[in-house]
Design a protein around this ligand. Structure first.
Ligand code: 5GP
Ligand code: ZN
Length: 113
């Protein structure tokens, strides 16, 4: 499968990693939208959130449960951060391997654009 995030998960292409375990990898976004912009992904290929179901609860839980540890590591634990998932085209998804954006280091507005 020609998936760039699968290749990052498999270490076939390089990324600036901030966290890795058997199930989850976090790495810096190459086109950061904030001073800190990390992508948190399952190592297993899941196309997007809408392609998951209750059967994926364990991996989804692992990905979300990793975010506080990643936030701590990149210095966002106290000031806070935004977590974004773009699900499918209208939301702006461009890489079709499930990922959560961890954004911080600046103030964010609401509603999102
Ligand atoms: P999406 O638009 O799908 O929610 O987010 C995809 C993100 O992946 C974008 O923020 C984009 O900058 C990032 N991205 C795309 N290709 C690469 C890559 O090869 N390496 C890294 N580190 N980030 C990438
Ligand atoms: Zn993939």
């Amino acid at each position: 499968m020609d998936c760039i995030f699968c290749k990052i998960a498999a270490r076939e292409i390089p990324a600036s990693e901030v966290y890795r375990d058997e199930h989850v990898v976090a790495f810096n976004d190459t086109n950061p939208q904030a001073p800190v912009h990390v992508l948190v992904i399952p190592t297993r290929h899941l196309e997007h959130l809408q392609a998951t179901s209750a059967e994926d609860a364990e991996i989804l839980g692992r990905v979300l449960a990793t975010i506080p540890a990643v936030a701590e590591k990149v210095g966002l634990a106290d000031e806070g951060y935004r977590v974004v998932n773009n699900c499918r085209e209208s939301a702006g998804q461009t890489v079709f391997h499930l990922h959560f954006h961890l954004l911080g280091g600046r103030t964010f507005s609401w509603p999102p654009g």
